[in-house]
Design a protein. Structure first.
Length: 106
């Protein structure tokens, strides 16, 4: 998911919430969301250990990344993840926003 799609989808969710509940939604979203730039930085420095995937809640992928790195195959995965992890963070943030929006619509 690129940044333009991410921002437009997030804006659409925010606009669907009643105006008096938007501040609460935004504060709860900001508390739970992951900054894609920070996740990318984690991927650069600790991605070999799968920390980036653990932060995104993808525990199984994090464990698999650690195991494959022990056998040397994980370095390929590490470099591929440098291109994928920011998009994965945006997708996770949309999931978080969607869950919160459903709570605030009721």
């Amino acid at each position: 998911m690129d940044n333009r799609d991410y921002v437009s989808e997030l804006a659409l969710m925010i606009s669907s919430i009643k105006e008096e509940k938007r501040k609460d939604f935004i504060s709860k979203y900001n508390a739970r969301a992951h900054n894609p730039t920070v996740v990318f930085g984690l991927s650069i420095y600790l991605g070999v250990l799968g920390v980036d995937r653990f932060v995104l809640g993808q525990v199984l992928l994090g464990i698999l990344k650690i195991i494959t790195c022990l056998f040397g195959v994980g370095l390929v995965w590490y470099f591929v993840d440098l291109f994928l992890v920011a998009s994965a963070a945006r997708k996770r943030n949309i999931e978080i926003a969607s869950d919160l929006a459903n709570d605030f619509k009721n």
